[in-house]
Design a protein around this ligand. Structure first.
Ligand code: FES
Length: 85
């Protein structure tokens, strides 16, 4: 299935999380911190740390590690450019 990350079309397998797809792409920074603008990314991978928050279909602060990809999903990485492939 396909969905978009920062407007780029990405392919994923059914059952994958947004976080898993981003990790497979080598995208380590998923957002920047509010206070110091430092890069943040997957840490616990199980929904606890909140470091993987992204915007999904216009809803901010969604945990990438807990969100299953669905066709046509629109993911934005707040303040972070998508790694070139
Ligand atoms: S990586 Fe910790 S909540 Fe997602």
């Amino acid at each position: 299935m396909t969905f978009t990350i920062n407007g780029r079309e990405v392919t994923a397998y059914e059952g994958e999380t947004v976080g898993a797809v981003l990790a497979a792409m080598g995208q380590r920074a998923l957002r920047s911190s509010e206070k110091f603008n430092d890069p943040r990314g997957l840490f616990c991978g199980m929904g606890v740390c909140q470091e993987c928050r992204v915007t999904v279909d216009g809803i901010s602060n969604v945990r990438a590690c807990m969100t299953l990809v669905t066709p046509g999903l629109r993911v934005e990485l707040p303040g972070v450019a998508l790694k070139a492939t």
